[in-house]
Design a protein around this ligand. Structure first.
Ligand SMILES: Nc1nc2c(ncn2[C@@H]2O[C@H](COP(=O)(O)OP(=O)(O)OP(=O)(O)O)[C@@H](O)[C@H]2O)c(=O)[nH]1
Ligand SMILES: [Mg+2]
Length: 276
């Protein structure tokens, strides 16, 4: 056991548990709808195989997939429409322009109905076989379950050294600035109790990639668990990560720190002063 922020317990699920996820009968899920949100921008080659993988991993549980596509130019939108025609639990949300991964996830969540909401990348970097394990953590009492590259048993494959180092530096910065004990606050693979996203007090991460950090930094009393995952670098399609996302990360940290400071000042002002 450790703490997610300085005050809250975080459960770490060991590597042995993570190996169970591939057998659907081993991790049965309660009969409640799960919504899986996938943001896409130019993922035509990946989205079909990903949806197939999710359907295999989740059956026979009740689930919906909401793909939020930002006017992809490679035909991703049409591919998702095809999937939606064939399967009633696959839905396509089309936005008019590239508006950012985090805002796509929040838009998808707002259009979904599951009690558990999962976000995952559309480039096959996140293994659908781990969905059940994440979802089970929410049913077991977590508010957030993170697919974590940096807990024991977690791995990251395929990234060149400079990307690994970059990821470690950003992760360390986020953990230090916001005093987080979770190991992977920048993961893009996570399950949430629906209310956690609905009551998110800020909307700072919209244009960028770091919704999970915003959730953890603004709601320090959440119960968080981390499940080890193996993150695999995309085999197809192009990375959307660039200098602008780096700037976005810096800006997000500044806005979150300022917000936390003003919250602290407000709560001090509103708490009664006790005089002797
Ligand atoms: N809807 C939407 N999706 C986006 C946007 N930017 C990125 N994505 C999707 O978000 C997911 C993660 O983006 P990636 O480019 O894979 O980012 P990454 O995983 O950090 O980097 P790589 O794996 O190297 O590409 C993918 O499914 C992208 O298609 C966006 O502005 N809008
Ligand atoms: Mg990716």
């Amino acid at each position: 056991m450790a703490t997610g922020t300085r005050s809250r317990p975080v459960e770490r699920v060991g590597p042995a548990a993570a190996r169970l996820e591939y057998r659907n009968d081993v991790i049965a899920l309660p009969e409640s709808l799960v919504s899986i949100i996938i943001p896409t921008w130019n993922e035509r080659e990946n989205i079909g195989p990903l949806i197939d993988g999710i359907r295999k991993a989740m059956a026979p549980a009740e689930f919906e997939v909401v793909v939020v596509d930002d006017a992809s130019t490679d035909g991703t939108g049409a591919a998702v429409n095809d999937e939606a025609r064939r399967h009633s639990n696959i839905r396509a949300v089309h936005r008019p322009a590239k508006m950012g991964l985090s805002s796509a996830v929040l838009d998808g969540a707002a259009r979904s109905t599951g009690r558990v909401v999962v976000m995952m990348d559309g480039d096959l970097s996140h293994d659908p076989g781990l969905l059940r394990l994440l979802i089970r953590q929410i049913h077991a009492g977590s508010d957030v379950a993170i697919g974590s590259r940096y807990v024991q048993g977690g791995r990251l494959t395929g990234w060149p050294l400079h990307r690994r180092l970059g990821s470690l530096v950003f992760t360390w910065s986020a953990r230090t600035l916001f005093r987080l004990r979770v190991r992977d606050p920048l993961s893009g693979f996570a399950a949430f109790r629906r209310e956690v996203l609905e009551t998110l007090p800020t909307r700072f991460s919209g244009p960028g990639f770091k919704l999970l950090l915003e959730v953890l930094a603004t709601q320090p009393s959440l119960r968080v668990s981390e499940v080890p995952i193996t993150f695999v670098d995309r085999a197809r399609g192009k990375s959307k990560l660039g200098a602008s996302e780096m700037r976005e990360f810096g800006l997000l940290c500044c806005r979150l720190l300022r917000w936390r400071m003003s919250e602290r000042i407000l709560s001090r002002r509103s708490s009664p002063v006790v005089r002797r």
